[in-house]
Design a protein around this ligand. Structure first.
Ligand code: IPM
Ligand code: MG
Length: 368
């Protein structure tokens, strides 16, 4: 068997800091679990712009297409706020998603017992929470044409287009149903069929796929605004939430905060299977580049580390090793180890990014 390949794109802000910890974890699996990866590293976002004048060089894009999985840190920062839209750091990320055709974005929101007090919601509403948002990632208003800012009469008009084809809806719906079968067997699909034609089609296609292929899975539908309300009212009613690109962006930030800290949440973006059977895949923490704490050793590396756990599970068929890594994170949190984003308990001194990584390594060692 050939060694699986990983392309690491640390990006901007705290991206490189958290990725340093992930590399330690990757090395651990190589030496202690005989699970070696062929790791290469490249630039994305502002870091790529600084070197190449674009947020993702063509060579990097080509590399991303070839590897078994991409691991991305974060992109963006105030330094790049005034760049032309076409070369903003975020465009690098969107190019990866689009050209790799990563249509299914899995965003789990899981509340670790040790952290239930950190949520802005009451503990009993979030304790034990374990839901996944499946967000469509390659279409909708993020990419729809026409788009732009045009002149009309004596004023400017901003235009974006929400557009979904049946096949785009069908493939992400299948991915949500498949995931639900491996979990709580429930899918709630969210759109705005009350005001948008694309929402009507979304609901129709989800129903068709459900009837034809997944009638064993429990399916419900909600308008996305009600879904947002239900997410903060009673989030545990959900198992898998299926939604489009823009609603998914918003609802997943909302779901993320239920768990107490954005610094905890990983994500996987999956596409069609490659020749070797593995899906095209990119893994990234849900948090951004956090310019306010960059370079201070304060960042929480857990979201990025858990993103690597998702890679073990979804790209490399190493569910047991993913469980091991997730277990190590859980253990460290149960032991009271906290980065600065997780403070609030009396008498707790925060650990640095590096110390958190080391604590997780120690917990991994203890798991053997
Ligand atoms: C996300 C982010 C991105 C998005 C940005 C950085 C382009 O908010 O992954 O949720 O809007 O999709
Ligand atoms: Mg977002």
């Amino acid at each position: 068997m050939t060694t699986p390949s990983l392309l690491i794109l640390p990006g901007d802000g705290i991206g490189p800091e958290v990725m340093t910890e992930v590399r330690k974890i990757i090395d651990w699996f190589g030496t202690k679990r005989d699970l070696a990866f062929d790791v290469s590293e490249d630039l994305v976002g502002g870091a790529a712009y600084d070197k190449h004048g674009v947020p993702l060089a063509d060579e990097t894009m080509a590399k991303a297409q070839e590897v078994d999985a991409v691991l991305l840190g974060a992109v963006g920062g105030p330094k790049y706020d005034n760049l032309d839209f076409s070369v903003k750091p975020e465009r690098g990320l969107l190019r990866l998603r689009k050209e790799m055709d990563l249509y299914s974005n899995l965003r789990p929101a899981q509340c670790f017992d040790a952290l239930a007090d950190f949520s802005s919601l009451k503990k009993d509403i979030v304790a034990g929470l374990d839901i996944v948002i499946v967000r469509e990632l390659t279409s909708g208003v993020y990419f729809g044409e026409p788009r732009g800012i045009i002149e009309e009469g004596n004023e400017r008009v901003g235009i974006n287009t929400q557009r979904y084809t049946e096949s785009e809806i069908a493939r992400v719906a299948r991915s949500a149903f498949e995931l639900a079968r491996r979990r709580g067997n429930k899918v709630c699909s969210m759109e705005k069929a009350n005001v948008m034609e694309s929402g009507i089609l979304w609901r129709d296609v989800v129903n068709e796929i459900h009837q034809a292929e997944y009638s064993d899975v429990e399916l419900s539908h909600m308008y996305a605004d009600n879904g947002a309300m239900q997410l903060v009212r009673a989030p545990k009613q959900f198992d898998v939430i299926l939604t489009d690109n823009l609603f998914g962006d918003i609802l997943s930030d909302c779901a993320a905060m239920l768990t107490g800290s954005l610094g905890m949440l990983p994500s996987a973006s999956l596409g069609a299977p490659m020749a070797n059977g593995r899906p095209k895949a990119m893994y990234e923490p849900v948090h951004g580049s956090a310019p306010d704490i960059t370079g201070q050793g304060k960042a929480n590396p857990i979201a990025c580390i858990l993103s690597f756990a998702m890679a073990l599970r979804y790209s490399f068929d190493q569910g047991a090793e993913a469980d091991r890594l997730e277990g190590a994170v859980e253990k460290v949190l149960a032991d009271g180890v906290r980065t600065a984003d997780l403070l609030g308990e009396e008498g707790v001194t925060p650990v640095s990014t590096t110390e958190m990584g080391d604590a997780i390594l120690a917990a991994l060692d203890a798991s053997l």
